[in-house]
Design a protein. Structure first.
Length: 134
């Protein structure tokens, strides 16, 4: 292998390693929130979330490829009257920050004033089933 090929290979391996490391860090940080009290949430959406006895807060960004798949599903649940709150992190960064969101999509499952689950990436089917998704 020539020098250029070696440099390209090292760059690719480094990028993949960094990407996986950041994802692992975001997932571990999210898992640390489970069991914690729901923090003070800013704005009118935050107030609505805080009033709900249970809620699924879906944080997304428009440029996220996975979000483009999940956002219509989560909005459909919200439109059907489920306590699902889609939040665009670009439009409401303070709410995403209050929930310590480090990556999108992230879904925070709240019940009785406690964080009962934080899901980075796809929302598990059992959680969706609790909110009307079949």
């Amino acid at each position: 292998m020539d020098t250029l090929g070696t440099v390209v290979l090292v760059a690719i391996v480094g990028f993949v390693g960094l990407s996986l490391g950041l994802q692992l860090w975001a997932r571990r940080r999210a898992a640390a929130l489970v069991g914690a009290d729901v923090p003070s949430l800013p704005g009118s959406v935050g107030a609505a979330i805080s009033r709900a006895p249970r809620a699924l807060v879906y944080i997304f960004t428009p440029q996220c490829a996975a979000c483009r798949v999940w956002t219509p599903k989560m909005r459909a649940l919200a439109d059907a009257g489920q306590p699902v709150f889609p939040v665009d992190a670009m439009q409401d960064p303070s709410l995403a920050q209050a929930l310590s969101v480090m990556a999108t999509p992230t879904t925070v499952h709240l019940e009785a004033g406690k964080v009962v689950g934080v899901h980075v990436g796809p929302v598990p089917a059992p959680v969706l089933a609790q909110f009307g998704q079949r």
